[in-house]
Design a protein around this ligand. Structure first.
Ligand SMILES: [Zn+2]
Length: 274
């Protein structure tokens, strides 16, 4: 499943391609024909994301609301690069100008909504480290909960945009025991988690990949600060999908267990903090 950085990256690219432009909106597949007709021929004002939800605001109080779910994709290309691209596959929604084309496939949500309906979606979501500077609302929920911090980090109404990779890696980075109940998590531990997610997710937006390895984070931050291009080939993780391997920090065997419907990976030896 795409994590929040993917949606913010798509929002950034949609905004760059279409903001301030009158666009054509269509539903080649047909399932979004009525919604597309409401948006077609209007100017795009802004594209933005909150957690895993994407909103494209159009002039005239219309908003395109998208959630990609497990398999959805939203691919934006320059016409100069792809030409007059024929429709391939099940394109639920296509946004196009003479310069750019964006095709949405396989979303679980694709709807034309009002600003009030958008506000209702935001109200149900927790703070997003890529959008909100203050994570206090998440802490209010966490420190009153008996659920484990590993489960709480995945709940989008507690914290928006965090998926399985970031939850496993951020807990390992701070040596936090994933099974710690929210009500027993120290405030200082939460502050470390929130600050670190505020640091890590922008690297995901900039590079298109989840970057959590301690050395790699420093290296990429330095490159981005200098304005250098960053090219990453393979994903590196410290615990995610490393069951049975040695923990890079302490040498113990990395474990795996289902928590909140997804496989949690952690080191039982060096992740003992609460
Ligand atoms: Zn370890």
């Amino acid at each position: 499943m795409p994590e929040g950085h993917t949606l913010h990256r798509i929002a950034r690219d949609l905004h760059a391609a279409f903001a301030g432009r009158v666009v054509s909106v269509s539903s080649p597949q047909g399932r979004f024909a009525a919604g597309a007709a409401l948006l077609d021929g209007h100017e795009v004002v802004e594209a933005r994301a909150h957690g895993k939800h994407l909103f494209v605001e159009f002039a005239g109080e219309r908003v395109l609301h998208v959630h990609l779910g497990l398999i959805g994709t939203f691919v934006i290309d320059s016409i100069a690069y792809v030409g007059e691209r024929p429709v391939t596959g099940q394109v639920r929604c296509r946004i196009a100008t003479g310069r750019h084309v964006a095709d949405l496939r396989g979303p679980i949500v694709c709807a034309a909504i009002t600003p009030d309906e958008e506000a209702a979606v935001h109200a149900k979501l927790g703070p997003d480290p890529l959008r909100d500077t203050d994570g206090g609302r998440a802490w209010e929920r966490i420190h009153r909960s008996r659920k484990s911090i590993a489960a709480l980090l995945m709940e989008q109404d507690v914290l928006a945009g965090i998926g399985n990779v970031y939850r496993c890696e951020v807990l390992h980075r701070h040596r936090i025991n994933p099974m710690t109940p929210g009500e027993r998590l120290k405030r200082a531990s939460w502050e470390l988690i929130w600050a670190d997610l505020r640091r890590l997710l922008p690297l995901g937006v900039a590079t298109g990949r989840i970057v959590t390895d301690v050395a790699e984070v420093d290296e990429i931050e330095a490159a981005l600060a200098k304005g250098e291009d960053v090219h990453l080939d393979e994903r590196t993780s410290s615990v995610y999908k490393r069951t049975g391997e040695e923990c890079g920090r302490c040498g113990s065997v990395i474990r795996a267990k289902d928590v909140a419907g997804r496989t949690l990976y952690w080191c039982g030896n060096c992740q003992r903090r609460s």
